[in-house]
Design a protein around this ligand. Structure first.
Ligand code: ADP
Length: 396
């Protein structure tokens, strides 16, 4: 069966058409500037990438262009919509309502809407994508795969904040965690690669991309993760601060005359390695290059990033009373040799030793620890689209 995987944001929409039998990507692309003007990037497998400026006043036009591209006589990959068996939607926040993926019904949409407060930038946009697909592909089953669902197995002690309990009762203020599809996919794959049943492993996944999070996966279940109520908590990220002393907010607000919006903008967009590097870049390729050329702030940004990752891994070793596998994934985790080396340099106490030659590889599935290392360290490219396609097929 062919599954259309949709990741819909407020002004953009990423898609992949995946054949679930062969797990091959038949075509992929991106709609951008929806509601502004509109641009479709489309690439069939083995074919040329096309970019077309197309008017997309709403997501409905955007999805219509995606369907047109997929069914185009010359560059399309299917003859008609009948060859698309299901749609898998990435939804960001399922709150406490969704601990797994679900087939989308009116009731499900209502429940997702009730979580909008928790992800005001993402959930409404995700739902717009669902509605547009329903309109254009009536009768095609749709599945929702939540970023938060995998972490719903966390125990109370991991998800409760040291805040007045009434905020949990009234507003469901708690840790939810994100990147769940990736943490689940990668931890499962790690167990397969090391040949140990998933429900008998202690794995720590370091998902290091522009957004970054670490999770502790004990016997196949997430028991803790670094992102919180929102994706702002935890690691130092591309432009997000991660953990800080909350009192800094009052201090900076007074000094810089900032309101809540100004503070949130600073924490989400101007901080992280971007802010630390004195606004040089949020991209690790730039930072590593600058650091090698002797740029002080770039060097500090990399040091702080790696140290924070190492501290979270240490915390999760404690949470699980040990660890069997440490896995690196996402843009930085899959590609940055020096970041992996630096993070692992903190794990001597765990008996981790890294094979430098293996660690020099990029973007491929590989064990980078030596055979005698007490803990296995792996690089596993994440594939959230494939994970969504698998979930979708499993549910319908
Ligand atoms: P997201 O999905 O959160 O946007 P990705 O997982 O795509 O992020 O990761 C993007 C980041 O990966 C980039 O910002 C960049 O820092 C990093 N990255 C990609 N390729 C490399 C590379 N070869 N070396 C170092 N970092 C890289």
């Amino acid at each position: 069966m062919n599954v259309l995987v949709i990741n819909c944001g407020s002004s953009s929409l990423k898609f992949q058409l995946i054949n679930s039998d062969t797990e091959a990507v038949l075509a992929k692309g991106l709609c951008e500037r929806i509601g502004i003007d509109g641009r479709l990037t489309y690439q069939p497998a083995g074919g040329e990438k096309e970019v077309n400026e197309l008017a997309m006043p709403t997501h409905t036009e955007a999805i219509q262009f995606v369907i047109d591209a997929l069914t185009n006589e010359k560059t399309g990959v299917v003859k008609s919509l009948d060859e698309i068996g299901a749609v898998g939607h990435r939804l960001v926040h399922g709150g406490e309502k969704f601990a797994s993926s679900v087939v989308i019904t009116e009731e499900v949409k209502k429940a997702v809407e009730e979580c909008n407060d928790l992800a005001p930038l993402h959930n409404p946009a995700n739902l717009i994508g669902v509605n547009a697909c329903e309109k254009l592909m009536p009768g095609t089953p749709m599945v929702a795969v939540f970023d938060t669902a995998f972490h719903q197995t966390m125990p109370e002690k991991a998800y409760m904040y040291g805040l007045p309990y009434e905020y949990y009762e009234k507003y469901k203020v708690r840790r939810y965690g994100f990147h769940g599809t990736s943490h689940s996919f990668v931890s499962k794959r790690a167990a397969e690669l090391v040949g140990v049943p998933y429900d008998q492993t202690k794995t720590i996944v370091c998902h290091l991309g522009n957004g970054a999070s670490v999770s502790a996966v004990l016997n196949g279940k997430s028991v803790d993760t670094s992102m919180g109520l929102t994706p702002l908590e935890g690691l130092v990220m591309g432009t997000r601060s991660g953990d800080i002393d909350p009192a800094i907010l009052e201090f900076i607000a007074k000094k810089e005359n900032l309101d809540i919006e100004g503070l949130m903008n600073m924490l989400n967009k101007k901080s992280g390695v971007f802010g630390l590097s004195n606004n040089l870049s949020s991209d690790f390729r730039d930072l590593l290059e600058a650091s090698e050329a002797g740029n002080g702030p770039a060097k500090i940004a990399i040091e702080v990033f790696c140290y924070r990752v190492a501290k979270y891994v240490g915390a999760y070793v404690a949470a699980m009373n040990g660890v069997d596998n440490i896995v690196f994934t996402a843009g930085i985790g899959e590609n940055s040799v020096p970041v992996r080396e630096k993070v692992c340099s903190y794990f001597g106490y765990l008996g981790v030793t890294i094979d430098k030659e293996a660690n020099a590889k990029r973007g491929e599935e590989i064990v980078i620890s030596t055979p005698d290392s007490k803990v296995k360290v792996l690089v596993i490219p994440t594939n959230e689209e494939l994970a969504i396609a698998r979930e979708t097929v499993a549910l319908i």
